[in-house]
Write a protein that binds this ligand. Structure first.
Ligand code: AMP
Length: 677
């Protein structure tokens, strides 16, 4: 989604969160009675004598270290020193991403009957000129005056204010108020205002302490040219949405000329971020999953709103943000009926996004829906909400859900000359009053010669009020001065040159430009937050030893199950292979580990990969199945084990359901987890 001004994604919480105070370094495994997700960040510990910030840093370091070591993701082109803002997903990362996207397709495309498309990343300039990206998709940048290093101006000011607020013990209440105010209005500052504040506070280049240039706009699109001539400019798309808008006419036809309908697209987006940071959260190439739901602007009700209206979750309406209050738990049905959320369809998608994220494993207490402040919204938007997820970097915008009215289709209609409209056939013809403007080509030609066409078009484009004012003036005075923007001057229009009338007409249908409601998902951001929300530590075998676990729900776990022979014996290996075959036939991703490592080490390794179930072959007729989070084990017949695993990993049964059906197995000391060397 293009906003006229880009919005910083790490908004300051208007009310400061409670200090993080528990004297433990990292989130430990919650007691068994709690959900498998790790404890909320707010209860994450600060080390004795340490600060919340150091605790957050330690937590992030532990997560990132595990992710990179286990090849979930790594910096791209690492052997050549890497490139900021570009990352590769390794095998488990790819599997998690594929699972997230498969669930997205199931939850949105399949369940809502959306029309999926797949458009090119390389986009001709004309498309992005029409959408406004060529002129307005910019961030304000400053340069180190000596080295030429580039920084985002608002990030430097934000870091300065946050640093002062967090670390400066000598800050007066007035200064603190000023810094807080700047954080709140950061997105609203012009280049001049940002530059003035940077100068006033003496902010310099963070790496060299050199002076900085004045801020100036930098377009974030990667430019290219299409074909060898270099004459056809293009860009790598900064979002997938435009591909859907330009196909509206065909998609509407494909849908039987009926509204509402939604189109969806998953694909890569490219943004040449000025100073990418925060790992997967701000990158230069990322996967977007976008929905464009086209709806009649006069009827934004949704037939399935009742399915989500009882949901209750954290919402942060703009009034609460501006009054310095915190997000509160609201019932979605009330938020729509009381007008907090603009319309049912927007509310429906907010509810569906909530269900999607929480079913993936995002902690509902660290998920909020924040409404855009008036200054954040594009002038044409009716209402916008961001699904923000709290992680060690703060509250991160992961999904934007916007009612963009008819802006995008109108922009492409105007530029391409192709009418991107819908129509509603009336059951009975309706009598309507219509403004009819009929310019006289002959009179205009005689008076204005070569300028005739532009004046004619300007007359035809008049709105109702302007036309009626002209009619009144022509009737009373016989002529009127008329501004023609395309000529850049006023011309005198005489009564003989145009007739303006209100006529009664019978209409059989109504033509209109549909509104679009757009949920836009940053898949990398969701995945990173999921990694943090699922990560926890639990004590190992040795004293003081802490083991890393990713408590992924089976739905997103990269590998659903492991198979280990307890000891290296041929008869156990035969059974392990037989089970592996059955798992493959059932479509369950798994690994079979025949290494002679101790079972404890093998458990520790798969826990770090977030594998929910482990089968240990300690017998030729029955085997044990271990649940990652509770470490409980049951004994299951060899022939049954693949279907038991499938039941749990497909979500048909929970582990608790299964525990009732099979005898428990007590783990021996040898099976306790050990850290890998
Ligand atoms: P926007 O079109 O700016 O509203 O972005 C749509 C979604 O894309 C956001 O909600 C983010 O989740 C994601 N996103 C935007 N910029 C980036 C980036 N540089 N890196 C990763 N994800 C991004």
């Amino acid at each position: 989604m293009l906003l006229l001004r880009r919005v910083c994604f790490l908004l300051p919480s208007p009310s400061p969160r409670a200090p993080l105070a528990k004297p433990l370094p990292l989130p430990l495994r919650p007691p068994r009675t709690l959900a498998p997700a790790a404890r909320p960040l707010a209860s994450m510990a600060a080390p004795a004598g340490g600060t919340a910030a150091t605790s957050r840093d330690a937590f992030r370091a532990a997560v990132t270290n595990t992710l990179e070591r286990r090849l979930f993701f790594v910096p791209s082109f690492k052997i050549y020193g890497g490139v900021a803002g570009l990352y590769d997903y390794g095998p488990p990362g790819c599997a998690v991403k594929a699972n997230v996207l498969a669930f997205w397709r199931q939850h949105f495309v399949l369940e809502e009957g959306m029309l999926e498309v797949d458009c090119p990343c390389v986009t001709p300039e004309v498309v992005l000129k029409a959408s406004g990206h060529v002129d307005k998709f910019t961030d304000l940048m400053v340069k180190d005056e000596k080295t030429g290093n580039c920084y985002r101006a608002d990030h430097l000011l934000k870091d300065f204010c946050k640093d002062k607020l967090e670390k400066d013990q000598t800050l007066s209440p007035e200064q603190a108020e000023e810094y807080n105010k700047i954080l709140a209005i950061l997105d609203d500052l012009s280049a001049e205002q940002l530059g003035a504040k940077i100068k006033e506070y003496g902010i310099v280049a963070p790496d060299t302490k050199n002076p900085l240039s004045d801020p100036y706009p930098f377009n974030l699109m990667f430019q290219t040219s299409i074909g060898p001539s270099g004459l056809s400019p293009g860009y790598m798309r900064p979002e997938t949405a435009q591909g859907i808008f330009v196909n509206f006419k065909d998609l509407y036809y494909y849908n039987g000329n009926k509204l509402p309908f939604a189109a969806a697209q998953i694909g890569q987006a490219f943004r040449n971020e000025i100073s990418p940071r925060q790992g997967l959260l701000r990158v230069r190439e990322f996967t977007l999953a976008e929905i464009e739901h086209f709806v009649d602007p006069e009827d934004k009700s949704h037939p399935k709103f009742g399915d989500v209206s009882d949901l209750e979750f954290l919402m942060f309406p703009r009034e609460d943000q501006m009054a310095g209050r915190s997000a509160t738990r609201l019932k979605l049905g009330n938020a729509v009926s009381e007008g907090t959320v603009n319309n049912e369809t927007l509310g429906y998608f907010i509810g569906r996004v909530y269900l999607f994220l929480t079913q993936l494993g995002i902690d509902k207490d660290r998920l909020r829906f924040r409404q855009h402040l008036p200054n954040e919204m594009a002038h044409y938007a009716a209402d916008c909400w961001d699904a923000e997820i709290e992680c060690s970097y703060g509250w991160i915008e992961c999904v934007g859900i916007a009612d963009r009215s008819a802006y995008d289709l109108r922009a492409h209609s105007d530029k391409s000359g192709e009418k991107l409209e819908a129509h509603e056939k009336f059951a009975e013809p309706r009598e309507v009053e219509k403004l009819v403007i009929t310019p006289s080509k002959k009179e205009l030609g005689l008076a204005f010669k070569g300028n005739q066409r532009m004046i004619l078009e300007a007359l035809e484009a008049m709105g109702e009020t302007e036309a009626l004012e002209m009619k009144a003036a022509l009737e009373s005075k016989g002529e009127v001065e008329f501004k023609v923007c395309t000529l850049g001057k006023d011309v005198t229009i005489k009564k003989s040159m145009v007739s303006i009338n209100i006529e009664k007409k019978k209409e059989h249908q109504r033509k209109f430009t549909p509104s679009v409601i757009e949920p836009s998902f940053g898949i990398g951001r969701i995945i990173y937050c999921l990694f943090e929300h699922c990560f926890y530590l639990r004590p190992g075998k040795a004293e003081d030893e802490q083991l890393n676990v990713f408590g992924f729900p089976p739905l997103v776990a990269p590998i659903k199950c492991t198979v280990f022979p307890l000891v290296k014996l041929e008869k156990f290996e035969v059974v392990a292979k037989k089970i592996s075959k059955a798992l493959t036939a059932a479509g369950i991703s798994h690994i079979i580990d025949m290494t002679g490592n101790t079972i404890g080490k093998r458990y520790a390794r798969t826990d770090e990969l977030g594998v929910p179930l482990a089968i240990t072959v300690d017998n030729t007729t029955s085997v044990t199945v271990r649940d990652r989070d509770s470490k409980d084990q049951i004994r299951v017949e060899v022939d049954e084990v693949a279907s038991v695993v499938k039941e749990v990993t497909d979500g048909q049964s929970t582990w608790a359901d299964i525990m009732w059906r099979y005898p428990a197995h007590t783990a021996s000391v040898a099976e306790d987890e050990e850290a890998e060397p």
